[in-house]
Ligand binder design. Structure first.
Ligand code: GH3
Ligand code: MG
Ligand code: MG
Ligand code: MG
Ligand code: MG
Length: 311
């Protein structure tokens, strides 16, 4: 641990690492009324490094899903109180669970029943007895596809940063979890005279300038900071627990460094710059008002000459 680093910085880095590792864990919620089947399924999964939890009463599914946050559900067909098909259809009504993989594991061999289960929200139908290797492999594949789908729905493909709606959503959840006394700095960044970069050097060069800025921001900010591509050549940043003075000097150094960065084009290299508007808690307390205030500051930065930061 480098001397001089604040304990909170070190801790937040460690938390980032833990979160990354946690992301690699595959979590399966087993919905099954037979205790022997549960034991068998969970043993098969754990032998292949898949974490699981089981519920015997399908009526507790929503609570269990909220607590455990599974990456997939292994669903029995016939249980007391209701069928797997009934709980799956109910689950699919909830936006959060619309594409969570639901894999049936049942002794039902009737094709019509199986097709009906798939039609009403199941992703796959496996019949008991199942080979543990096949089970683990189907579960893993479904979870990986699901994660890829979630990832591409939340990220921007040009830069890999959070996309517009996800950045907004994450800013809102940052605000929900921050105490009124906490710091939170929001910055809006917009590349200067970007249209003329496109016009003079072509769209692919413009794209490369956008990617370079994303790369610079990612390198200079912490993993716990929010960085999103808010629009074409516009970025949003939220720095939780950041002191306004220090956040502004950090962003201003990034601005300065970006303005000196050479961007290659067919005839040589060009320089670009960005303007930045900053707003913070406690002056503004909602995501919408923080963004609006940072946008106003950004406009002021543009009006007063560009390549500068205004708060
Ligand atoms: P200002 O300094 O006032 O911000 O001027 P500007 O030219 O940057 O502003 P304007 O908003 O008029 O132009 C932004 C341009 O960004 C227009 C649009 O064609 C371009 N653009 C948007 N998304 C992309 C993209 O993904 N790639 C590229 N190459 N250009 C993009
Ligand atoms: Mg059963
Ligand atoms: Mg713009
Ligand atoms: Mg611009
Ligand atoms: Mg503009």
């Amino acid at each position: 641990v480098p001397v001089g680093n604040k304990v909170s910085d070190v801790l937040s880095r460690i938390l980032d690492l833990v979160e990354t590792r946690e992301h690699e864990v595959h979590r399966v919620l087993v919905v099954e009324d037979s205790a022997t089947a549960i034991a068998h399924i969970r043993r098969s999964l754990s032998q292949h490094g898949i974490d699981s939890r089981a519920i015997g009463d399908p009526r507790t599914l929503l609570q269990a899903a909220a607590d455990y946050r599974p990456d997939a559900i292994l669903m029995d067909m016939y249980m007391p109180f209701c069928t797997g098909v009934e709980v799956t259809s109910a689950l699919r009504q909830i936006p959060e669970y619309q594409s969570l993989p639901v894999i049936y594991l049942s002794s039902e061999t009737d094709i019509a029943q199986q097709v009906e289960a798939l039609r009403l929200g199941g992703d796959q139908f496996l019949t008991k007895p199942i080979n543990p290797i096949i089970l683990a492999s189907v579960v893993r594949t479904k979870i990986e596809r699901y994660r890829e789908m979630l990832y591409s729905g939340r990220h921007d493909s040009l830069t890999g940063l959070l996309n517009h709606s996800t950045s907004k959503g994450q800013l809102e959840s940052l605000l929900r979890t921050s105490s009124p006394a906490r710091h939170l700095v929001v910055a809006m960044i917009d590349i200067d005279r970007f249209k003329s970069i496109n016009d003079n050097y072509g769209h692919p060069v413009g794209d490369q300038v956008i990617r370079s800025l994303a790369w610079l921001l990612r390198g200079r900010l912490r993993n716990s900071d929010l960085i999103g591509r808010y629009g074409g050549e516009e970025f949003i940043i939220a720095l939780p627990d950041a002191d306004l003075e220090r956040a502004c000097s950090l962003l201003d150094r990034i601005r300065e460094d970006f303005s000196q960065l050479p961007h290659a084009h067919a005839r040589g290299a060009l320089r670009a710059s960005f303007s930045c508007g900053v707003a913070a808690l406690p002056d503004y307390t909602t995501a919408a008002s923080l963004i609006e205030a940072a946008d106003q500051a950004l406009l002021e930065a543009k009006r007063s000459g560009r390549n500068r930061l205004v708060r």
